[in-house]
Design a protein around this ligand. Structure first.
Ligand code: DHB
Ligand code: FE
Length: 278
């Protein structure tokens, strides 16, 4: 049987991807960011999963304002790298797990979560930057990746509670899949950041620290945070953190915090990262 054994969350700031691709990770501005992932890279080398269910948001790369699925599950064999304006990132193509993805779609949709099935979906920095942070610059990614794109770009995004419950449904789906697979779920995005308007550059360390403190032991309280509170407290893009709740909902009620990292700034953003084991 397939089993989810761990989850992690990390910011997915595009400038981090550019720093890696352009060989700037040892520059004084970037060094502390990448140092914060040294433990994580060692940890995942020892715990490489067969499959990652990678929860991220598309930033108008595969989708546009013409078509906005709330939850889109990547069911393809392969996902091409999106061109976000500077050409696709020089990273390996993302290989999916079509069989497990189809099984998740069936299980979750029959559990009344209306996923969109994406049989072709280019993946952007939301998905590739976390892979780069955790795995560095390999010739091929060391495992399969099932992308789960969540709309946090155009109002109304799903509630944190909806995301948390979707995590439960994903867990049930994975555990009923008839192959021995070790699966990890990643939630990406955040933490506090606002990229536009008079409050551009907003960071809220108190909000972020509370989120990191609670995501392991008390995710229910985070699942009750309304959209307006994310907007007010964590900036217009802080809503990306609802995606961490999908990851958390897919884990056991009790988890072990293995590692945590918080750093300001990277670009305009508070970088947050946590590893949780079942
Ligand atoms: C930026 C973009 C993101 O998608 C994000 O999550 C954080 C920062 C940026 O453009 O700086
Ligand atoms: Fe983002």
């Amino acid at each position: 049987m397939a089993e989810i054994f761990a989850g992690l969350a990390t910011s997915h700031v595009p400038a981090i991807g550019a720093a890696i691709d352009l060989g700037k990770t040892q520059e004084p501005y970037w060094k502390p960011v990448f140092q914060g992932y040294e433990f994580s890279k060692r940890w995942i080398a020892e715990h490489t999963p067969d499959v990652i269910i990678l929860v991220y948001n598309d930033h108008a790369s595969a989708f546009s304002l013409e078509l906005i699925p709330t939850f889109a599950l990547g069911c393809a064999e392969e996902f091409a790298l999106a061109d976000e304006g500077w050409g696709p990132r020089p990273v390996p193509v993302v290989r999916g797990h079509a069989e497990l993805a189809a099984h998740i779609a069936q299980s979750v949709i029959l559990d009344e979560f209306d996923l969109t099935i994406a049989n072709k979906m280019d993946v952007d920095h939301g998905l590739t930057v976390p892979l780069s942070l955790m795995f560095g610059q390999p010739d091929a990614w060391p495992c399969r990746v099932i992308p789960l794109a969540v709309n946090v770009v155009q109002y109304p995004p799903p509630t944190g509670n909806r995301c948390f419950n979707l995590g439960h449904a994903i867990r049930k789906a994975v555990e009923s899949f008839d192959q021995d697979l070790r699966v990890m779920v990643w939630g990406t995005g955040g933490m506090s950041h606002q990229l536009q308007g008079p409050r551009a550059g907003l960071i809220n360390k108190v909000f972020d620290t509370n989120f990191l403190d609670k995501i392991g032991p008390d995710p229910q309280s985070l699942a009750r945070i309304p959209h307006l509170e994310y907007l007010r407290e964590s900036g217009s893009e802080g809503i990306e953190m609802v995606m961490w709740l999908i990851m958390r909902g897919a884990l056991n009620p009790k988890v072990r915090e293995i590692y945590r990292f918080y750093h300001v700034p990277a670009s305009n953003t508070a970088v947050g990262h946590i590893i949780l084991e079942n």
